[in-house]
Design a protein around this ligand. Structure first.
Ligand code: NAD
Ligand code: UFG
Length: 337
């Protein structure tokens, strides 16, 4: 019995596969390398000392996906594969809708045909839109402010309808907050193909001199220092949440939704200061205007995940900053080195 990991060569998928192999799980990775590199797979083997099957298949290729399900005895799926850049999703929405929605439909139809009914889906805190209050609970109102967020919301809707129509399906939607950091080995990590949009990879590139300075997007939010507050979660904690989710999802029927965060919000300047302190390096920055569409404060109430999964984040901000920088200095060009 194997677990199919779609998007397993990517940032969160690669860390999750390492944890799965550590538990002795039988893993099949499916990825089309649209936002990842084959080298990540070698590194997963190196970090874990374990092995897995790999299929280079696009989820949009229904025959290719069918062949994967025919070849392996897949009893559950962890579905990471998707495009994730918010700004790009505004410029090329059709590509985002097609890849994320159609890809998921192909996957679900194939799962149904093969009687595979356990699914853990990578959702996002973006489904809460602009939250009225924090911390955010799973029962807060949902909305989307960009096509990427809309794909997550639509997939949650599709999964909800599927769970109603097919009561034997067991589905968990994990709403990640802000994943950062890297495996402590420095062998796997986040490898943005372009100039990073997200804070931590941007800081890393400033720290090593690949970018000149950080633009801090706004200092007039209603937060302790005026800069945006987010719930950063170490990617290894996030990876471990998937192991707990796979187990719990198999023990119940229907669909459920879980916040995956630490419950603590840190500001942009908190991150800069902690990064400088733990890594002994300066991060030059300049305060600019706010980034359109940003919210001031976004952090989770993660108590449901702790109660239901028995999972809780253990790494703090210092480890997140240390491990992110360690990955950056060991891999200045990401997986291209
Ligand atoms: P990533 O881009 O590093 O990994 C996604 C992987 O999916 C890549 O390896 C890519 O090649 C693959 N992929 C994309 N479309 C595919 C397709 N049609 N067929 C086969 N493979 C395909 O992203 P990540 O940061 O690891 O994110 C994983 C998931 O978590 C995504 O669904 C993302 O939306 C979600 N998520 C990420 C964040 C974050 O900040 N990183 C936050 C919330 C939710
Ligand atoms: N920020 C800067 N400068 C930068 C980049 C970011 O000041 O160069 C600030 C942002 O304004 C925000 C914070 O750093 O206050 C975090 O920004 P990120 O871009 O790292 O993360 P976001 O919370 O904006 O977005 C993330 C994911 C999205 C997801 C969203 C909600 O990247 O995919 O969380 O879950 F939709």
């Amino acid at each position: 019995m194997a677990v199919l990991v779609t998007g397993g060569a990517g940032y969160i998928g690669s860390h999750t596969v390492v944890e799965m192999l550590g538990e002795g799980m039988d893993v099949v990775i499916l990825d089309n390398f649209s936002n990842s590199k084959p080298k990540a797979l070698e590194r997963i083997r190196e970090v874990s000392g374990g092995d897995f099957a790999f299929e280079q298949v696009d989820l949009l290729d229904s025959e290719g996906v069918e062949r994967v399900f025919e070849k392996y005895d897949i009893d559950s799926v962890v579905h990471f594969a998707g495009l994730k850049a918010v700004g790009e999703s505004v410029s090329i929405p059709l590509k985002y809708y097609h890849n994320n929605i159609t890809g998921t439909l192909v996957l679900l139809e194939t799962m149904k045909r093969h009687g595979t009914k356990r699914l853990v889906f990578s959702s996002s805190a973006t489904v809460y839109g602009v939250p009225k209050t924090v911390p955010i609970r799973e029962d807060f109102p949902l909305s989307a402010t960009n096509p990427y967020g809309m794909t997550k919301l639509m997939i949650e809707q599709i999964l909800g309808d599927l769970a109603k129509a097919e009561p034997d399906f067991s589905i968990s939607c994990l709403r990640y907050f802000n994943p950062v950091g890297a495996h402590k080995s420095g062998l796997i990590g986040e490898d943005p193909t372009d100039i990073p949009n997200n804070l931590m990879p941007y800081i890393c590139k400033v720290a090593v001199g690949q970018l000149e300075k950080l633009s801090v997007f706004g200092d007039c939010y209603d937060t302790h220092d005026g800069t945006g507050v987010r719930d950063y979660i170490h990617v290894v904690d996030l990876a471990k949440a998937h192991l707990a989710a796979i187990k719990e999802t198999g023990e119940r029927k229907g669909i459920d939704y879980f916040n995956i965060g630490t419950g603590t919000g840190y500001s942009v300047l908190d991150i800069v200061k902690t990064f400088e302190k733990v890594n002994g390096i300066k991060v030059p920055y300049v305060i600019t205007g706010p980034r359109p569409g940003d919210v001031g404060s976004c952090y989770a109430d993660p108590s449901k995940s702790e109660r239901v999964f028995g999972w809780k984040a253990v790494y703090g901000l210092e480890e997140m900053c240390r491990d992110a920088y360690n990955w950056q200095i060991r891999n200045p060009k990401g997986y291209e080195d």
